[in-house]
Design a binder for this molecule. Structure first.
Ligand SMILES: [Cu+2]
Length: 123
């Protein structure tokens, strides 16, 4: 009879633990901010270099590097880093980084010097 009580209390303890451990990740997720940058990368190895650097950058949740658009988009935790810190981490690799307003896209390819309108970095 005693062992049944012991087992029962053990099970209820386990149940409490599992509830506690499950309730922790369900806390409201930290807000994630997104920043886009125009980066003067020119080839696949540039893209790789920037990607590898961003992968180790503190506070960066996810990112995409678009070689065609010469655009880097980063999702980051604003409590751990800032768009400025991320931008500087790319500058450190030797690139020119221009922040893009959220959702802005160059209307023309960067190779077109005449397409000035609407492009935040003047291309
Ligand atoms: Cu390159």
């Amino acid at each position: 009879m005693r062992t049944i009580i012991k087992i029962a209390s053990l099970f209820s303890l386990l149940l409490v633990f599992s509830i506690v451990s499950k309730s922790q990740p369900s806390k409201p997720a930290a807000t994630v901010k997104e920043a886009s940058f125009s980066v003067n990368m020119h080839c696949e190895s540039c893209k790789e270099k920037i990607g590898k650097s961003l992968a180790y950058e503190k506070g960066v949740k996810s990112f995409s590097v678009n070689l065609e658009e010469k655009k880097v988009t980063v999702k980051y935790d604003p409590t751990k880093t800032t768009a400025d810190i991320i931008s500087k981490s790319i500058v450190k690799l030797g690139y020119t980084v221009t922040p893009l307003a959220a959702g802005t896209k160059c209307p023309e390819s960067h190779s077109c010097p005449k397409a000035k309108t609407g492009c935040p970095d003047g291309h």
